[in-house]
Write a protein that binds this ligand. Structure first.
Ligand code: C5P
Length: 330
């Protein structure tokens, strides 16, 4: 039997890069948000042994460097499973686009394999395997709005936001995440950035997020805290837009935009076209805009396409919406 799953993409609602750690990763704070754009992942167990990855997109590796491959070998071993794991990826999301496409494929493969094998990993094993394979895999085990800390792999569900219209602009530029991190370090070391030291900045991001959570009435029974007037004002609106307008930003913009000014132009265009908030996602090259209505998002996407920029209209996905739509077949 073939199991088919939607592997939904994510965007980052703010991303703060902290100090470089001894293990070569950076301390990170980010809010992930799943969106309705997705790839399809088909999983089945065939006769024989080993792992086979299929994908018609030539940019997707089919060898052991593929996230699905790395997940599959761990899942098969952990379950003591026999047979040949065949995983086919129907690629619709950009490759190296900052949308977590490969990571989402990996988690979909992990879920699909368990169902195909009729065997279940323990919760702890799932989390361990996801975090081992990549920093932004575990978020896809939660879905919706998710806080990411440590290197991004330690994740906590945040309260669900209402689905919000969104334009995803996918300029045809591939950006390497390790390279973007290295460029960030270079800028930090040469003092080219105007911000304070990385630990201070990461604390500030945490404070902004705490203030926002409190403003949503989640921090105390008595409601919003004082000292967050902008957030308090925003309570009447869409809480997702209130969060991003609270001042959280994506640090990667500071290294990616100078190298690819056309991406900064896309962000400006989205803002001019009425986005309530626009930002680079992850290390890019995807730039997204959040809109007040579907009609406004569609108009903006049409305008971007006329300028030759590939753009999709979609929506953010609540946790409930994510889990309701993950399984297509099987
Ligand atoms: O965890 P993942 O495989 O997605 O990370 C890819 C690369 O991105 C890492 O090898 C590292 O160079 C960089 N990275 C980092 N700090 C993080 C996450 C990723 O430096 N928090």
């Amino acid at each position: 039997m073939t199991i088919t799953l939607r592997s939904f993409a994510k965007i980052n609602l703010g991303l703060c890069i902290g100090p470089l750690r001894a293990d070569g990763f950076h301390e990170l704070r980010t809010v992930y948000q799943t969106i309705a754009l997705h790839d399809l992942v088909h999983v089945r167990i065939a006769r024989g042994e080993g792992i086979e990855i299929r994908c018609a997109d030539p940019r997707v590796p089919l060898d052991s460097s593929n996230t699905c491959f790395r997940i599959a070998e761990r899942v098969m071993a952990a379950l003591g499973a026999k047979g040949r794991a065949v995983i086919e990826i129907e690629k619709r999301l950009p490759v190296q686009g900052g949308l977590g496409g490969a990571s989402a494929n990996g988690v979909a493969a992990m879920l699909g394999l368990q169902r195909a094998l009729k065997k279940q990993l323990t919760g702890t094993e799932q989390w361990r395997i996801a975090a081992e394979v990549g920093s932004d895999l575990p978020l896809f085990l939660i879905g919706g709005t998710v806080l990411g800390i440590e290197r991004g792999e330690e994740v906590y569900p945040l309260p669900d936001f209402p689905a919000t219209p969104c334009v995803i602009a996918v300029p045809e530029i591939g950006i390497s995440t390790p390279r973007a991190f290295a460029d960030w370090d270079l800028r930090i070391s040469t003092n080219a950035l105007t911000q304070r030291d990385p630990s201070h900045r990461i604390k500030k991001f945490g404070h902004e997020l705490s203030a926002w959570l409190s403003s949503q009435g989640l921090g105390s029974k008595s409601g919003p805290v004082s000292g967050a007037p902008a957030l308090r004002r925003g309570r009447v609106g869409n809480p997702l837009l209130n969060l991003v307008q609270a001042g959280i930003a994506n640090d990667f913009e500071q290294v990616v935009f100078p190298q690819h000014p056309e991406l900064f132009e896309v962000k400006c265009a989205l803002e001019q076209l009425g986005a309530k908030y626009a930002s680079l996602s992850g290390s890019g090259s995807t730039v997204y805009g959040l809109f007040g209505s579907r009609a406004a998002a569609e108009k903006a996407a049409r305008s971007l396409k006329k300028r030759g920029i590939p753009a999709h209209v979609t929506s953010t996905l609540t946790r409930a919406g994510y889990w309701k739509r993950v399984w297509v077949q099987g």
